[in-house]
Each structure stands twice: as structure tokens, then as C-alpha cells.
Write a protein that binds this ligand. Sequence first.
Ligand SMILES: [Zn+2]
Length: 235
Amino acid sequence: MSEEMTPEDSARSILERLREGGLWQPAGLGLSYVREAGQTVKLIEQENNPTSAQARIRMRILIEGLGWSVDESDVKLVDVEHLSPQERHIQEMMLRQEMAQSWKCKCGTPLSAFPLEKGKWTFDGQQDMALPDGSTEKVEQWSVVITCPVCDAKIPTEPYDYGLLAGDDAMLDYNTGKVEYKALSRPEIIRQIDEKLTDEVLILGTFCPFNGDLLPPHVRGSVVTFYVENGGEEE
Ligand SMILES: [Zn+2]
């Protein structure tokens, strides 16, 4: 029998994986933490309501119990009652993007200044992930390796973080090294079908239909155009 993950276990595993400058917003608490140097997180935002105020105290006890410090010297209280869920979501995305702009290479170059479009999707194998019921599930691990234009450091980033840095458009393209795919928007799909250009359109599954390469999750299920290098070309 596998044991259930305690709140301490899951907090510890999140903290250990959080990059410096990375944002942690525990679900439903209205709290936003940012990882600082060493074993410290800084609380940057708290929703201005009693639930979040109480959660803030509980989280502090939990995090300090793991041997980490919580910096609460400069917490912004945000009023969210007047916001719709959509507006709140947009604000959260803006905060995440703002944090991503502060991520730096060890040489000081911001990750946002890297040639992000050249990021290389890399399959890192499968990992057991604990489910709330105590069982485990195999989950594919992917990273996008980006290269510092100044010191040539290769930095693996989580796909979600890569999306924050590179923007949504970067998530529409994928190059296997042999085949280049570009996801189509709904109007583009309609135009291709109306003009009977269906030879140039594919729906992707798990593997590249040309050479069997494993495709990263973000392109699976996409309707794409494609360009095969050194072969029958399409655009
Ligand atoms: Zn660098």
C-alpha cells in the first residue's frame, strides 16, 4: 500500500521544484508566493478577505515547519470581490508573466532575452505521480531546453514556464528536426477546407506520421500544416 501524500509532503515537493523567481499560488487560498534565494519564499500578494488572512497564518506554520522561511515584509493586499472570475484569471496570468520576466540565467541575462523560438522540446522519460487516492500514475515529463545567447548555458524549463516566457504563439509551432508543424486557427482551417487544400492539413496524434517521433503533448490533437525538410514539401 502506498501512503497518501500529506500537505507537508506536497508543499515540500512543490518548494523543491520551484525555480528562483518562480511563483507558487496554492489553490483556493488567495496567496501568491515567490521563491527567493536559498530556502525562502516571499509572500507578495494576499487577497483581502478573512479566508486568505487565516490561510496565510496556516501556510506560514506549514512552510516554516519544513525548515523554510517566509518573508512577509512587503505583502500587497488585493481586493478581488469586485472582479469577475475572468478578470481575476487575467490578473493572475499578468502576475505570472511579470514574474517570468524576472527569471535570469546565472550570468544575469534575462531568460526572456533568450532566442526562445529555438527552444528544444525534450522528452525526459516517465515519472510516477502520486494521486490524491494514494495510487500513482505514469506521467510523461517534458522540458524545453533554451540556450543563453551570452554564456551558452543550456537551461531546461518546464513547458508551462516556457509558455509564459515565449508567449502563446511559440506553443503553436513544433519542429521535430525533420518536420515543421504549425497549428492552424479555426478561420485558417475553414479557409483550407473551403479551398480544398486538405492535402496540406493534418490532425496530429501521439507520433509524427512521417517518422514516428514522439510528439510533445501541446501539439497532439492539433490541426496543422506541415513542412517536411528534404522531402515532399508542403506549406
Ligand atoms: Zn547565461
